[in-house]
Design a protein around this ligand. Structure first.
Ligand code: CP
Ligand code: NVA
Length: 305
């Protein structure tokens, strides 16, 4: 039984297969509907943080595949508070065929996976966001027709999204530059882990340097969920890292713009760029549905193995 906890735990060929499966399931859906390969199956979705895309795309993905998703709010589960994580994992394993969890502490995801007898999916932690990274590379694959050799420039706060994106870039033979203010750059462990996977990240505090020659520019919020008390301080540090028309001009004519959303328009990205002709923000958000379907089918069904 496999879990989907980190991109790095999946090999290049497995990720290629997931992308191909997502493309297949997307086409199948567009040509009349998906086969009900998860008929009668239930996904339990534990949320300790808010969500629009992750919650809705998993719910709709299960519906399209013939199954059902249960939303379990922070108040209901009280992960590790009302009940131990080990007990939650074993109880849910008796009712569901898969568990998706969005948590603060990444150790809570590994603890769930340790005790669960059904597949566990990481729906974001403070450390990583692998489902997002899969949708991101699916979006780039559709747009450019291939991934190997593409350069992604990540500009902004080096966070959970950056980490999973770097792992995906490493596994899929992409290049990546990251521009973040000093003090907000990727941790050494991540830099070393992706280097061991073959990706030499170009890390600087210079957005212009990062976007030079980039095929895609990626940004995310300056203040992630759980960091709200730092928001004021971050608003002082990050403005030079805004993805705006000036920065986009320093890239290529063909450069596309990605953002996992939710966007804080006027902060990390301007309306002009978010809604401009180079933006892939909404196809990228829509692709969460198709990437999620691939993960669910791969983990919860024997079909397409
Ligand atoms: N990108 C993303 O994960 O969005 P939500 O927080 O709305 O799920
Ligand atoms: N880095 C953001 C991503 C939201 C999808 C956060 O963790 O809040």
């Amino acid at each position: 039984m496999r879990h989907f906890l980190e991109i790095a735990e999946w090999s290049t060929s497995e990720l290629d297969q997931l992308i191909r499966l997502a493309v297949h399931l997307k086409l199948e859906w567009q040509s009349g509907g998906n086969q009900p390969v998860l008929g009668g199956k239930v996904l339990g979705m534990i949320f300790q943080k808010p969500s629009l895309r992750t919650r809705v795309s998993f719910d709709v993905a299960m519906l399209h595949l013939g199954g059902h998703a249960l939303y379990l709010s922070p108040a209901e589960i009280g992960l590790g508070q009302r009940e131990s994580i080990a007990d939650v994992a074993r109880v849910l394993s008796g009712y569901t065929q898969g568990i998706m969890a969005r948590v603060f502490d990444p150790a809570h995801i590994t603890e769930l996976a340790k005790w669960s007898s059904v597949p566990v999916i990481n729906g974001l932690s403070d450390h990583s966001h692998p489902c997002q990274a899969l949708a991101d590379v699916l979006t780039l694959y559709e747009h450019f027709g291939q991934l190997r050799g593409l350069k992604i420039a990540y500009v902004g706060d080096s966070n959970n999204v950056t980490r999973s994106l770097a792992e995906a870039a490493a596994r899929l033979g992409m290049k990546m530059s990251v521009a973040s203010p000093r003090g907000y750059q990727l941790d050494t462990a991540t830099v070393q882990a992706v280097a061991a996977m073959g990706l030499e990240l170009d890390i600087s505090d210079d957005p212009a340097r990062a976007v030079a020659g980039a095929d895609a520019i990626y940004t995310d919020t300056w203040t992630s969920m759980g960091q709200e008390q730092e928001a004021e301080e971050r608003r002082k540090v990050f403005p030079p890292f805004q993805v705006n028309a000036d920065l986009l001009q320093k890239a290529e004519r063909h450069t596309v713009v990605l953002h996992c959303l939710p966007a804080h328009r006027g902060e990390e990205i301007t309306d002009e760029v978010a809604d401009g002709p180079q933006s892939l923000l909404f196809p990228q958000a829509a692709n969460r549905l198709h990437a999620q379907k691939a993960i669910l089918v791969r983990l919860m069904s024997n079909k397409y193995h």
